[in-house]
Design a protein around this ligand. Structure first.
Ligand SMILES: Cc1cc2nc3c(=O)[nH]c(=O)nc-3n(C[C@H](O)[C@H](O)[C@H](O)COP(=O)(O)OP(=O)(O)OC[C@H]3O[C@@H](n4cnc5c(N)ncnc54)[C@H](O)[C@@H]3O)c2cc1C
Ligand code: FES
Length: 274
């Protein structure tokens, strides 16, 4: 793993895609980021604002990568507001990555919101390995659905399904990702389940997977400052999300009592998920 602060690279935003009214993808040229493994993240420096962890998004041009950001607080909104030609700093990619088990034949991916970013990079690898893949994309409503076509493209050479769920039923299957997942795993077997999205959703996905003894890998988010295992701001139990994760397997998650219930704010204070 690279752990060198000197490796900050200045990149220029070259293209911007509007994914939804609150989500944008910003593409830049950076060969190092373009080689990220699925699930790895960058520390993205927004000059004069702050540095934020962001999953590395795929981009269709060689030596390019991207970040897909949802505007939320001050940092993410400043990143979202960047224009073509403006500069950012990136370091990384950091963290471990999703693992594809040897002899895997059929897998399930469950993602929500910007949690789809690492799952798309994984989808490319599953496609290369010709592993039968089902992806469930969850959103509250139709206007918040993104990456549906891109996901189909990433999985174009292998047997695959992309299912959409919306909570208000305005598109796809009505309900949450876990409703669609329950229907699927009740009748089909999967070698592994991969998930990334809101932690409440991932906890439900984990509980369903555990009930059927299906191995699971989840990408966790915690507040990060250094991204390389120094400051401990990203701790969950006795683990550091930036260094020991951000991907955690079922056996790790079972021992992390904070998973799905608590996180730490910027001051390190424990807060409960609502
Ligand atoms: C490994 C990793 C990958 C990430 N990838 C992406 C990505 O691809 N796209 C993307 O948009 N974001 C991603 N994030 C989240 C991102 O880094 C920021 O936390 C998010 O954009 C909010 O930052 P902010 O400064 O705008 O908000 P803040 O002002 O810090 O917070 C806005 C709101 O979010 C809440 N919040 C902040 N951090 C957490 C947390 N850890 N758990 C629960 N609630 C929290 C705050 O309490 C507040 O209500 C990732 C995070 C990690 C750790
Ligand atoms: S962000 Fe500093 S130790 Fe993880």
């Amino acid at each position: 793993m690279r752990t060198n602060f000197d490796s900050l690279r200045i990149v220029k935003v070259e293209e911007i895609v509007e994914e939804t009214p609150t989500v944008r993808t910003l593409a830049f040229r950076d060969g190092t980021s373009s080689k990220a493994r699925p699930g790895q993240f960058l520390m993205v420096w927004i000059p004069g604002v702050e540095e934020l962890p962001m999953s590395v998004m795929i981009w269709h041009k060689k030596l390019y990568a991207a970040v897909t950001v949802r505007k939320k607080g001050y940092g993410s909104t400043s990143l979202y507001d960047k224009k073509v030609g403006e500069k950012l700093g990136v370091r990384g990619p950091y963290g471990n990555s999703f693992e594809i088990r040897e002899n895997a034949k059929k897998v399930l991916l469950v993602g929500g919101g910007t949690g789809l970013v690492p799952l798309l990079r994984l989808a490319g690898h599953l496609n290369d390995a010709r592993i039968d893949t089902t992806l469930i994309i969850g959103a509250k409503t139709h206007s918040e659905v993104f990456f549906e076509k891109l996901a189909g493209k990433c999985l174009g050479d292998t047997n695959h399904r992309v299912l959409i769920t919306t909570e208000d039923g305005s598109y796809g299957i009505k309900g949450q990702t876990t409703d669609a997942m329950l229907d699927l795993i009740s009748v089909e077997g999967f070698d592994t389940i991969y998930t990334c999205g809101p932690e409440g959703m991932m906890k439900k996905v984990f509980d369903l997977a555990e009930a059927r003894s299906i191995p699971l890998q989840a990408s966790l988010e915690r507040y990060m400052k250094c991204g390389i295992g120094i400051c401990a701001s990203c701790c969950i139990g006795d683990r550091l999300v930036c260094k020991d994760g951000s991907i955690f397997h079922s056996q790790d998650l079972s021992s992390l009592s904070e998973f799905g219930s608590e996180y730490r704010d910027k001051t390190g204070r424990k807060c409960r998920y609502l």
